[in-house]
Design a protein around this ligand. Structure first.
Ligand SMILES: NC(=O)C1=CN([C@@H]2O[C@H](COP(=O)(O)OP(=O)(O)OC[C@H]3O[C@@H](n4cnc5c(N)ncnc54)[C@H](OP(=O)(O)O)[C@@H]3O)[C@@H](O)[C@H]2O)C=CC1
Ligand SMILES: CC(=O)C(=O)O
Ligand SMILES: [Mg+2]
Length: 762
């Protein structure tokens, strides 16, 4: 199957499963008891109603209004797909809802209107506006988009922004300022070609002019060609950018141009046109999903190009996703009545400056880069940059206050920035980071249970996403049948360890296994029999370097899967006992829990080792471990051997590993509640820090806790991740979900990468 059709199928399944669409509404208040319900609804609900009736602004205090943004479209200019109708625009609008949430913790509600009539559109939005704190207009075609936005801005007292106009303008202006700096060109001197004269193009060009671009250096084109001043029937927006030059085509316009801005349609720029541009040409081909010229073709054509597209799969994504979440966040937080020019310019400057600062390692890891630095391939921050939330909204909010449109000015900026960072605490960026990191250097990964549908599905995702190259063990006929059913036609190694007796490797593995265990009562015949078992065969593959890593355990009990790993691969040289950690995605952020699976009653020494190994695992995820050694006691308050053992483990860790941030013995609530911790135990190494790792005094307590969190909170979890093994082998839970297996595969691949790096260094 071609890459395109795979992507198409993947996109459709993504939207359809496990439930149709991308967002849902969930309650934020308790609703367990009759009393809760009497507060949530009648009679209690009448009280906030009356307060709001007295003063409308109380809606911000008692309802979702202040954090709710409507994403409204009529589907007339959906991406670069054109007028495909309101229903067909819904996936894009839901997508914006998702982005609002994950990047800025704003609730974005999509609304699709079945009308092309400007007055009716405006009237409808005005009628529903009391519900919302802001209005994001989207994918409405020009020229209607201009009037709709202008009038709504005038008539509503909440921020209204047509994102295709201003979001795009803000991001592309920031990128343009930086690209010009790299090309050592001046904005008031460069010749700019704008392809497109719609909502996005007009607004972008206006903003470039506000930053100094000269009207006489600009040529704009629409579907009919160059917009010349002598052309008839130009709309007022097009007339604003009409040129006196006597040229008609894009080809002519591109001659000696310094900058090309594409906000039109796919594939209209040719290599010849790029070759006609001036030295160090700046090309922003922003049509979505396919740019005006494909990235690879452009790069191949001009070595000196500074190239950006609207897509996430190439360097320099100039896409309004970098803007709208953060611009609305800032506007909502000061209850701005508008998003004005000052706020837009502030966002441009904040974005442009951020690109020049040192990039945090977390961002390098997320994008599989060694070291992103300001330059041709990094002119604008990446959307997953965690600094955006603490940089752009404060800049926008400050500009709103200074320009007099903020109803609730912020006073404590430090506190505001802290609150902004906390908003991102519970998203699953850690998983994104893990997957991106795996994709930078995919490894050969054995799936010993590939004849199970879900395991094969996981292997398919691992392969399609570029996380790893699966090696499939199991009944060959079943695997082939399932592969066909899944339309998984990648050409992968399939090994049936039971029937494949001519397999030379199998004989070789049997011999090696026998060599390893012949003095432990194993005969060659038994060794040969063992190699018919997939988990033994798989472990042997990793041992012999025929695979880089393995995950198993979907269909077999934990001990059955762990045994061959321990027998054949064993623990690493510097480790006294292996252990296991589970990563849980909780409401307060990611939490690592150990030992959830291996050491039933760890000694003080074992606990210290577990903490140390867990600390290394936490670092694998790009986080700094802050470890609480849990107990039912606090800092020696109990003399019971269990409490004393934890206390002793902490003493050992402090002595032998002063670099690790760890303390205890400590009760769970004191460990997790920063204020409580600080007030009672200010001497603790954990005081003032957010604990992200919990080491339990026994397997029972760790295992019970992680399963409780998983079931009660429906938290996503990864693990148990094996710690201290000699090779990257990992065990999944019996009946693990496809997502869990894919995540574990990513862990195994990253684990293999890290070991590879360490080996190289040594
Ligand atoms: N990367 C990003 O963040 C963003 C990208 N975009 C992209 O920009 C494009 C336009 O969006 P938007 O402004 O909202 O849509 P509009 O419908 O408002 O504008 C489309 C414009 O493209 C022009 N056009 C069509 N064909 C050609 C052609 N062959 N040559 C030159 N111009 C042409 C149209 O001309 P005419 O006026 O004659 O009809 C019109 O002016 C889309 O591809 C969209 O995906 C938009 C917003 C953000
Ligand atoms: C990104 C966007 O808003 C568009 O292409 O329309
Ligand atoms: Mg759009």
């Amino acid at each position: 199957m071609s890459k395109d059709s795979t992507r198409r199928r993947e996109a459709l399944v993504y939207h359809a499963k496990p439930q149709p669409g991308k967002i849902k509404i969930v309650p934020t208040k308790k609703y367990a008891t009759q009393r809760d319900l009497a507060l949530a609804y009648s009679p209690g609900v009448a009280e906030p109603c009356l307060e709001i009736a007295k003063d409308k602004s109380n809606a911000y205090k008692y309802t979702t209004k202040g954090n709710l943004v409507a994403v409204i479209s009529n589907g007339t200019a959906v991406l670069g797909l054109g007028d495909i109708g309101p229903e067909a625009s819904k996936p894009v609008m839901e997508g914006k809802g998702l982005l609002f949430k994950i990047f800025a913790d704003i609730d974005g509600m999509d609304i699709e209107l079945d009308t092309k009539d400007v007055d009716k559109f405006i009237e409808t939005v005005k009628t529903i506006a009391p519900t919302f704190g802001g209005i994001n207009l989207e994918d409405i075609k020009a020229p209607e988009a201009f009037e709709i936005e202008r009038r709504l801005k005038e008539e509503l007292d909440i921020p209204v922004m047509h994102d295709d106009q201003h979001g795009t303008a803000i991001i592309s202006a920031a990128a343009l300022l930086n690209a010009l700096e790299i090309a050592e060109k001046k904005i008031d001197e460069v010749r700019i070609v704008i392809s497109g004269a719609g909502a996005a193009a007009v607004s972008c060009t206006r903003l470039y002019k506000a930053f100094g671009a000269k009207a006489e250096n600009i040529v704009m084109l629409d579907s009919k060609g160059v917009i010349r001043s002598d052309r008839d029937n130009l709309s007022s927006e097009k007339a604003e950018f009409a040129t006196d030059r006597k040229i008609d085509t894009l080809e002519e316009a591109m001659q000696d141009a310094d900058v090309f801005i594409g906000l039109s349609i796919a594939d209209i720029v040719t290599p010849e046109m790029l070759n006609a541009m001036a030295v160090d040409p700046i090309v922003f081909a922003m049509a979505n999903p396919d740019p005006e010229i494909a990235y690879d073709l452009a790069i191949k054509t001009r070595e000196d190009i500074i190239m950006a597209t609207g897509r996430s799969d190439h360097p320099n994504q100039v896409n309004n996703v970098l803007g709208f979440p953060f611009i609305f966040r800032g506007a909502l937080d000061v209850r701005a009545t508008k998003i004005n020019e000052e706020m837009k310019m502030a966002a441009v400057r904040a974005l442009a400056e951020l690109a020049k600062e040192m990039v945090p390692e977390q961002v390098n890891i997320a994008y599989g880069e060694t070291k992103l630095t300001f330059g041709r391939e990094y002119i604008i921050p990446k959307p997953f940059d965690p600094r955006l939330i603490a940089t752009v909204p404060p800049a926008v909010a400050k500009a709103a206050i200074e320009s007099g449109v903020a109803k609730e000015p912020i006073e404590d900026w430090e506190r505001y920035e802290e609150q902004l960072l906390q908003r991102l605490g519970n998203d699953n960026k850690l998983l994104r980071l893990l997957h991106s990191r795996a994709k930078t250097n995919p490894k050969r990964i054995v799936f010993p249970e590939a004849d199970h549908l879900d395991v094969l599905k996981a292997a398919q995702i691992v392969f399609d996403e570029g996380i790893g190259i699966p090696i499939l063990l199991g009944r060959k006929d079943v695997i082939l049948e399932l592969k066909q059913e899944l339309e998984f036609d990648a050409d992968l190694t399939i090994i049936d360890t039971k029937t494949d007796d001519h397999n030379e490797k199998k004989k070789q593995y049997a011999k090696q296994y026998w060599e390893l265990r012949k003095r432990k009562g194993v005969t060659l015949y038994e060794a040969e029999k063992k190699m018919r078992e997939r988990n033994y065969y798989a472990a042997m593959m990793v041992n012999e370097g025929d695979a880089d890593c393995l995950i198993s355990g979907y269909s077999r009990s934990y001990p059955t899967v762990v045994r061959p790993m321990l027998e054949l691969i064993g623990k690493a040289n510097n480790v006294s006992k292996v252990a296991a950690v589970n990563l849980m995605m909780t409401e307060r952020g990611p939490m690592f829990l150990a030992d959830t699976s291996i050491n039933i009653e760890p000694s003080a020494n074992d606990l210290a080792n577990i903490a140390q190994m867990t600390a290394s695992a936490v670092k694998l995820f790009g986080l700094e471990p802050v470890i609480a050694m849990l107990s039912y006691s606090n800092f020696g308050s109990s003399e019971h051997p269990v409490a004393r053992k934890v206390n002793e483990a902490v003493r050992m860790l402090h002595e032998e590993h002063p670099e690790i941030i760890v303390d205890g013995d400590i009760q769970t609530d004191f460990a997790l509640n920063q204020e409580l911790h600080q007030s009672k135990f200010p001497f603790s190494k954990l005081a003032g820090r957010k604990v992200n790792t919990l080491i339990f005094p026994s397997l029972a307590s760790a295992n019970i806790t992680y399963k409780l969190i998983k079931e009660l909170n429906k938290s996503e979890s990864i693990g148990p991740i094996m710690l201290g093994m000699n090779k990257p082998v990992h065990v999944i839970q019996l009946g693990a979900s496809v997502e869990e297996m894919v995540n574990m595969a990513a862990v195994a691949v990253v684990d293999a990468q890290e070991r590879g790096k360490r080996k190289k260094k040594a």
